[in-house]
Design a protein around this ligand. Structure first.
Ligand code: CAA
Ligand code: NAD
Length: 285
């Protein structure tokens, strides 16, 4: 049975592919949801993508027009961080960079009520370290959604060293309310999913570097292991910048060569090829 929780309003920061998806599922599940991005264009793109996703669902007769309107009525765009002052949970989904996330958590610690839970959608950064930027480490927690958020069932919950039981229980109940299944990861780089997935993708990039064709690598893994996307297609979908950040953290913090980012991936980032979001990655979009 879902635990009763006093959560009514959710704040989402970062309106990129993850933040927009998280805001969509929260608003869809009847939570008042407020979305903000430091970049105005990203914020308006995020809101447009939510509109487009809901339109698609109406067209496919998966939801009614009324449900779409209700969802959009639950969603507002913030003009600055002060608008998050009355949120029960704030979910951060900004760039995968510790210094930038840490600065944001410091600011959130100041503008939100003491009772607000501050959650991060980080793919790999230590929750304990992010919590250290605040005066409420017991209310900081990892809620790691999967991409695309509206479709993927899983959320990994990660407790930092100081996350308390009430925070964990509250986010676990909240995840059930937005129709997600949770697993409890550990606060080690990559948690569960990325600890396993990212080395596999990295290995695929090594194969590409050694001369195997991208299409052959992806076909082999799709047809040979029943994965819905090949590893290079998935890398483009996740974002090559995010993938490189994750691998660098796995390599640095777990200290093993098996996590060394493939040099070809580094070159792609140097060239500005970030995958689907930039129009070019291992494939052209
Ligand atoms: N946003 C929302 N919905 C989407 C979507 C998106 N970006 N892309 C596809 N969908 C929806 C489609 O509308 C469709 O919905 P219906 O079934 O209701 O019609 C459904 O997903 C299936 O889509 P398609 O038929 O177009 O294509 P598909 O069958 O190839 O599925 C996919 C697309 C669901 C993305 C599938 O390819 C897939 O599961 N890929 C692997 C995704 C994955 O592994 N995600 C985890 C990445 S790792 C991560 O997220 C963690 C991290 O920290 C990096
Ligand atoms: P993205 O590049 O699509 O979006 C990031 C957004 O954050 C951008 O719109 C950017 O303008 C905004 N931003 C950057 N700095 C900001 C700041 N200081 N304040 C407010 N907004 C800021 O990235 P994404 O793929 O949505 O990833 C976001 C987070 O989710 C990362 O931590 C990533 O590791 C994690 N994540 C990504 C995936 C994935 O598949 N891409 C899956 C799970 C988790």
């Amino acid at each position: 049975m879902t635990k009763k929780i006093g959560v009514k309003k959710i704040g989402v920061i970062g309106a990129g592919q993850m933040g927009a998806g998280i805001a969509q599922v929260c608003a869809f599940s009847d939570f008042k949801t407020i979305l903000w991005d430091a970049n105005d264009k990203s914020l308006s793109n995020g809101v447009s993508s939510i509109n487009a996703q809901l339109d698609k669902l109406v067209k496919k007769e998966k939801i009614t027009e009324e449900k779409k309107v209700d969802t959009l009525n639950n969603l507002t765009s913030a003009s600055n961080l002060k608008d998050f002052s009355d949120c029960d949970i704030v979910i951060e989904a900004i760039i995968e960079n510790f210094e930038i996330k840490s600065k944001l958590f410091k600011e959130l610690d100041e503008v939100t009520q003491n009772s607000t839970i501050l959650a991060t959608n980080t793919s790999s950064i230590s929750i304990t370290k992010i919590a250290g930027a605040t005066k409420r480490p017991e209310k900081v927690v990892g809620v790691h959604f999967m991409n695309p958020v509206p479709i993927m069932k899983l959320v990994e919950i990660i407790k930092g060293l100081q996350t308390n039981e009430n925070t964990y229980q509250t986010v676990e109940s909240f995840c059930k309310k937005i129709n997600k299944t949770t697993v409890l990861g550990i606060d080690m780089p990559g948690f569960i999913v990325n600890r396993i997935l990212c080395p596999m993708i990295n290995e695929a990039i090594f194969l590409l570097q050694e001369g195997v064709k991208a299409e052959d690598i992806d076909s082999a893994m799709k047809l040979g292991t029943n994965q819905p996307m090949g590893p290079l297609e998935l890398a483009d979908f996740v974002g090559l910048d995010t993938l490189l950040y994750i691998l660098q953290i796995l390599h640095r913090e777990l200290g093993e060569d098996k996590y060394r980012p493939c040099p070809l991936l580094v070159k792609y980032i140097e060239a500005g090829w970030y995958g689907k979001k930039s129009g070019k990655g291992f494939y052209q979009y």
